[in-house]
Design a protein around this ligand. Structure first.
Ligand code: ADP
Ligand code: MG
Length: 477
């Protein structure tokens, strides 16, 4: 048996006595171990044996201790809890001098014997095909619409997009892992699918595993239940590109994290690309082990910012072209201005007015749009007062309440005041003169100017766009 008596292995377990007082197992001990290995198969059955016991490798024996290794901590704990007592008893039945069984973690200590297949042979092709089929059965399906072609690039997502393209184009691991994060509905999943599609297209021989962290956990738990843990590990460790969406899901799920951590390390060791998405930066992922968090930040961390007016308009224009619908520019601009929460909702709004026009056999106008989207737009207008807006804006910028009414023109005060006016126009039903009055008796043209200015800035200045978005969300959320 080739997996008995490992050589040249990295000992990663601190409490292993292997290095300090190692004794190469004698031929008799090796022989004994081989016998026990066979007995385990008979006693525990083929499935348990394959999943848990086959990977045990005899590393050393000394002073009545048999030291055997497994490739992961997780396996060590499992075997310790479930099988170690019985294993020791079996050893003792063979040799009464054995007093202890020590299980240590030695990475890479177990490699499944694979039949040697000649390159280019039918057998190899078949084996690759089987592997692909297996990986496809675990992967989540890809949305055919989520491609690079349909992804509109703007300032908020330029970095994440460039990084995603880079991963596909070079495939020499410019950074590993690629970690993409951002709020809900901002295009993380779209980018992930785009990468997967592109890899499949440009590198058909590569295997890509894409799945949500939730599904990863589900698959893992299922594998444990059916004693297929080894098989699970092998499958995940054999992919060329591993993509896990919404990694925040494994917060607080310790054994899943542990398993993921080992998979992660094994793949990085083999120079396989890993791509992760999350709703937060690695350092902000609470409930995730510190070791794992720091690993996640090893490569490139790219964030997707809240959308700007420009990006929203660009997305709507692309979507209009795709739907081949007659939507006036003014309606797109109106939507880009009003539906700012996320891209998913923005797309939903456009789909609704297009569908409505289709059914009602009506042209799309600003009026029909406002009518069809009444509920959606009202959410944003709900009982928000100018006082509230002023309060949130002053809090956000650390200003005094009086700054909203004062005549001060310093940029640090004037800009937030303009933002407050802009939000008052967007989120309340007040007229321009009414708004002006609430801001220290300003003229309605001043308010109009403020609204235009902020609209313009939201297209050019990511910081302003973000600030407006955050304040808007605290008001409407
Ligand atoms: P997330 O995974 O970040 O929650 P998704 O990737 O599911 O968000 O995106 C939500 C919707 O918005 C999808 O339909 C997606 O196609 C669309 N979307 C997001 N960003 C863009 C973009 N830059 N260009 C085109 N569509 C986008
Ligand atoms: Mg998503």
């Amino acid at each position: 048996m080739s997996d008995v008596g490992g050589k040249g292995l990295a000992v990663v377990q601190e409490n292993s006595k292997f290095k300090a007082e190692s004794l190469e197992p004698t031929p008799e001990i090796l022989n004994l171990w081989q016998k026990i290995h066979e007995r385990m198969r008979g006693e525990f059955g083929e499935a348990v044996f394959r999943s848990w016991l086959k990977p045990l490798v005899l590393q050393a024996s000394y002073h009545g201790t048999m030291e055997v290794s497994v490739p992961t901590r997780f396996m060590r704990d499992w075997i310790q809890n479930h099988y170690s007592e019985r294993l020791l008893a079996m050893c003792q039945e063979e040799n009464s001098e054995i007093k202890r069984l020590q299980i240590v973690v030695v990475q890479g200590s177990f490699v499944e014997d694979a039949p040697v297949l000649e390159s280019g042979s039918e057998a190899l092709k078949q084996a690759n095909q089987n592997k692909k089929t297996e990986i496809a059965s675990i992967s989540s399906p890809l949305d055919p619409r989520f491609t690079f072609d349909s992804f509109v690039v703007g300032k908020p997502n330029a970095l994440a997009h460039a990084a995603a393209r880079r991963v596909v184009e070079s495939m020499t691991l410019p950074f590993n892992p690629l970690f993409i994060y951002g709020g809900v509905g901002l295009g993380k999943t779209h980018l992930m699918h785009a990468i997967a599609h592109a890899v499949e297209q440009h590198w058909p021989e590569k295997t890509v595993m894409y799945l949500s962290a939730e599904k990863f956990m589900y698959q893992f738990v299922r594998a444990l239940r059916s004693n297929e843990a080894m098989h699970f590990k092998e499958t995940f460790r054999s992919v060329d590109v591993l993509m896990i969406d919404d990694i925040q899901f494994i917060s607080g799920k310790e054994s899943t994290q542990e398993e993921f951590f080992h998979t992660f390390n094994a793949l990085v060791d083999q120079n396989k690309q890993i791509i992760i998405s999350a709703d937060k930066a690695p350092s902000d992922l609470t409930g995730i082990d510190e070791r794992l968090r720091s690993r996640l930040a090893w490569g490139l961390v790219a964030d997707i910012h809240p959308s700007t007016y420009d990006l929203r308009l660009g997305i709507l224009q692309a979507k209009r072209a795709q739907l081949q619908a007659a939507v006036p520019d003014g309606v797109l601009e109106f939507l880009a201005l009003k539906v700012t929460s996320n891209i998913r909702e923005l797309e939903g709004a456009l789909n609704r007015i297009v569908a409505h026009a289709d059914v009602a056999r009506q042209a799309i106008t600003l009026e029909t749009t406002q009518e069809v989207l009444q509920d959606l737009l009202r959410v944003h207008d709900r009982r928000i007062t100018i006082d509230e807006i002023q309060k949130k804006v002053t809090e956000h910028y650390n200003l005094r309440p009086a700054d909203m009414h004062s005549a001060r023109r310093a940029r640090a005060v004037a800009r937030p005041r303009q933002i407050a006016m802009y939000l008052a126009k967007q989120l309340t039903c007040r007229s321009l003169p009414e708004i002006g009055r609430k801001f220290g008796g300003r003229d309605h043209t001043t308010v109009m100017h403020a609204v235009r200015k902020i609209e313009e800035l939201m297209g050019d200045d990511v910081q302003v766009a973000q600030d407006v978005d955050i304040i808007r969300r605290t008001l409407t959320g």
